[in-house]
Design a binder for this molecule. Structure first.
Ligand code: C2O
Ligand code: CU
Ligand code: CU
Length: 553
């Protein structure tokens, strides 16, 4: 059911109030809680087949990257998807569920009209299995992957990685989860009575622009390539402003920011207040201990596993997963954008952001495309709802929240220090150590002898860059020079965030910040020389060359 114009207007009015009203830390923007408001569009929850169907492969899979007519839940438009069949079931972008120790075998078939290759983000494997862009295959080609799963349990994911085409292909739909399970995960799920696809929900958050008739629009301007392509609507599992009906019990959400560029500041909001939740996992599986939070930054490529306790709520009540106001810190371009200040950023273009919807055939709703320079159409720092949880059923649930999580070793100490600087090139574009991607050179060469400490510094006149490494995990050691909105969330004297604890593969580096990470190249992981990548997971930045080869010798 489409939302009424009145509710959009009331929301818009609240946004304007918020933008004007300086108190950006408070969740005063609440989605209008009228019954007709959020409509009855159901969140696409991963099921046994179809889009984001749960697939525990037995034997080899064939994944065909191709157009999927009518597949985009938000508008029924075509999208790109990985198509496969398994045991008589058909899937699009299957959520792969693997056990640690299992052999993973898949053949990628390129059904697109341009090169592609799959990267298993966060999944350990030798470089030829990791989708290096030099292995991109042409239309009609295929690529065979076969490697054992050695990761601990966690929420990983997969997406294309052909050079200069990653953003577009991921944006058009090619992306899904890669979930690894092990004994620790099984014990955890059993203790809390969590079931994947019922009370353990993979949730990929992606922003899109749709054309007036609901087609996915990827047409970045020069500015968009520089800053990142921002959409004007935000989808959860492909659907906008949807509802998940819940019971009064504990839920686990596996949050993935699958957007090309947008950073989210996520909270669960109930009755004007942020609900506490437990962060139990991040990019590399369980944290060393659960962390109680009421808000979390999630940058492109990052994952967060959270537990949300709905036991104190009653049927009929609703909770919103929202983006909360923050300063997106677009200080690039001489700080012009930054100087505008949050208020104006947050208020920018609100009229077009969640604008009144036009109705199209089949009752699908689409938002109009923002007129021009749509970078600010739905600002990253705006407040907006992403998903509604509607409590529907009262159930008895008596499990207690976890007080501890599986132990992980302390990061190794010492190690070669390697300074990494992120900066803007004089004529625009982003660099790592002053360089951009060159397929044939490896500006970073590391030895398999031991750990390295990378000190990743972002210049002040910059924007946040989520920096990702293939093949190895980071242990975040320290954050320095963090902006106030980050510093205020530090959980220890070293300035680390709750989401920095545990293993990370993507770390957000804010303007003016230096994030030190330890990478253990000393553990015998892959035989022979390896060629991995270190890049910004703002996919426009990646495609523009904010990426370097990392040779491991
Ligand atoms: Cu998810 Cu090299 O990327
Ligand atoms: Cu990766
Ligand atoms: Cu970047």
């Amino acid at each position: 059911m489409p939302q009424s114009r009145r509710d959009f207007l009331s929301l818009t009015a609240k946004c304007a109030m918020l933008a004007a009203g300086a108190d950006l830390g408070l969740p005063m923007l609440l989605h209008a809680a009228t019954p007709e408001d959020s409509g009855s569009t159901a969140l696409p929850v991963p099921g046994k087949s179809g889009l984001f169907g749960l697939l525990a492969p037995e034997g080899g899979l064939t994944l065909t990257a191709a157009e999927a007519p009518g597949a985009l839940p938000a508008s029924g438009a075509p999208m790109l998807a990985y198509r496969t069949s398994h045991k008589g079931m058909d899937y699009l972008n299957p959520i792969l569920v693997l056990n640690k120790g299992q052999n993973f075998e898949a053949t990628l078939v390129n059904g697109l009209s341009e090169p592609t290759i799959v990267h298993w983000h966060g999944v350990d494997g030798p470089w030829r299995q990791a989708g290096h862009p030099s292995y991109a295959i042409g239309p009609g080609g295929s690529y065979k992957y076969a490697f054992p799963i050695t990761n601990r349990a966690g929420t990983y994911w997969y997406h294309p990685h052909p050079h200069a085409l990653t953003a577009k292909q991921a944006y058009m739909g090619l992306a899904s989860f890669f979930i690894v399970r092990d004994g620790e995960e099984e014990a955890f799920a059993k203790d809390l009575d969590l079931r994947l696809g019922e009370t353990d929900i993979p949730l990929v958050i992606q922003d899109k622009r749709l054309t007036p008739n609901g087609q996915l629009d990827y047409s970045p301007s020069q500015d968009d390539l520089f800053m990142g392509y921002l959409g004007n609507i935000v989808l959860a599992n492909g659907q906008r402003r949807s509802t998940l009906k819940t019971a009064t019990r504990l839920y686990r959400f596996r949050l993935l920011n699958g957007s090309t560029a947008r950073i989210y500041n996520l909270s669960f909001v109930f009755g004007g207040a942020r609900l506490p939740f437990l962060l139990v996992g991040n990019d590399g599986g369980f944290l060393p201990a659960p962390q109680q939070l009421d808000g979390l930054f999630l940058a492109p490529g990052e994952r967060a596993e959270v537990l949300l306790d709905l036991r104190t709520l009653s049927p009929g009540q609703e909770v919103f997963l929202q983006n909360m106001p923050f300063d997106p810190m677009h200080n690039e371009g001489g700080g012009m954008m930054g100087m505008m200040g949050m208020g104006e950023m947050a208020g920018m273009g609100h009229g077009s952001a969640q604008a009144p919807v036009a109705e199209h055939g089949g009752g699908h709703e689409t938002a109009p495309v923002a007129s021009a320079g749509s970078h600010g159409a739905l600002g990253e720092g705006d407040a907006y709802p992403i998903l509604r949880l509607l409590v529907e059923q009262k159930v008895a649930y008596d499990r207690s929240l976890p007080k501890s999580l599986p132990d992980i070793p302390k990061p190794p100490t010492g190690g070669t220090e390697r300074p990494i600087t992120l900066a803007m090139r004089h004529m625009g574009g982003w660099t790592i150590n002053g360089l951009t991607f060159d397929m044939d050179s490896s500006p970073i060469v590391v030895k398999k002898r031991g750990p390295e400490v990378w000190r990743i510094s972002n210049s002040k006149e910059s924007m946040p860059h989520p920096m990702h490494l293939h093949g190895y995990f980071y242990r975040v050691l320290e954050r320095r020079g963090s902006p106030p909105q980050v510093k205020s969330r530090a959980v220890d004297p070293r300035g680390r965030l709750a989401s920095d604890l545990g293993y990370k593969d993507t770390v957000l580096v804010w303007p003016g910040e230096t994030v030190s990470v330890c990478i253990d190249f000393g553990t015998p992981k892959y035989p022979g020389e390896q060629l991995f990548l270190f890049h910004c997971h703002n996919l426009e930045h990646e495609d523009q060359g904010m990426m370097l080869n990392v040779k491991v010798v």
